[in-house]
Write a new protein. Structure first.
Length: 256
């Protein structure tokens, strides 16, 4: 029993050590932009941009491509596992933000916009928007973490097929993994939330998931050149070498 507890304790300690070194290795600005894009995408998903028959697109797509570009550059430099780990961190922070928004939406007092109309419906609408609904948070979290894993695995797998390491390969692995993962993200969210709670048809779910994935991919296509230059600069300056040294140490001791 003592040996088992010691082994479990060692694994937990190794897990947190890995996280600490990874967070120290990835530039803080990248992690910050990633986390903010996740929070903003979930918040702005409350506002529709297009809603016409089977076509629907919310304002969250303006940020969702950013988080996938961040995942792609992290995956390119530090690998699929690192990308998923940072995604889990972003999800945890987003859930904390959602919880704090929900708690503050229950607090007494008026929103600033209330005083322009002195209409209580303004307070109710803003409280509902920021407070959110449990099924929306659940659907969003499930969609995000699943698509993050899909994106990381596909990105890493496609990258391992090619011996060359140029922009063409980076673009291919990023575009393919992004559009598939974005479709998975949209499909899960639309199924869990829109179909089960708002009565969407399967046609609406599939069509909207496809349209959203394409629109979000376009955002990454426009900025993938910037992402590639950032990764090249990291590689040139050997950014994040401490994490690779730590992984090599674990591999040599058989702890990974």
């Amino acid at each position: 029993m003592t040996k088992k507890l010691s082994k479990i304790s060692s694994k937990i300690g190794s897990f947190f050590d890995d996280y600490k070194i990874l967070l120290r290795s990835i530039p803080s600005l990248t992690v910050t932009v990633f986390v903010l894009s996740v929070v903003c995408a979930n918040l702005m998903a409350n506002k529709e941009l297009i809603n016409y028959k089977f076509v629907a697109l919310d304002c969250g797509f303006a940020f969702s491509w950013i988080m996938f570009l961040c995942m792609d550059v992290i995956c390119k430099r530090w690998g699929a596992k690192a990308s998923v780990k940072i995604s889990l961190l972003a999800l945890f922070i987003n859930l904390c933000v959602c919880l704090s928004f929900w708690a503050l939406s229950k607090a007494p007092g008026n929103w600033g916009e209330f005083y322009t109309t002195e209409n209580q419906s303004v307070n109710d609408a803003l409280n509902t928007t920021f407070g959110g609904a449990w099924y929306v948070v659940l659907g969003s979290a499930l969609a995000f973490i699943t698509s993050s894993v899909v994106n990381a695995v596909l990105n890493s797998t496609i990258g391992s097929i090619f011996k060359k390491d140029n922009f063409g390969v980076f673009a291919l692995r990023s575009y393919v993994s992004t559009i598939i993962a974005q479709f998975v993200d949209n499909m899960i969210f639309a199924t869990v939330v829109s179909k089960f709670f708002f009565g969407w048809t399967w046609t609406q779910v599939i069509v909207c998931s496809c349209i959203g994935a394409v629109c979000e991919l376009l955002g990454e296509v426009f900025f993938s050149g910037f992402g590639y230059r950032v990764v090249c600069q990291w590689e040139k300056e050997n950014v994040g070498s401490a994490y690779f040294d730590y992984q090599d140490k674990l591999n040599s001791t058989g702890r990974v």
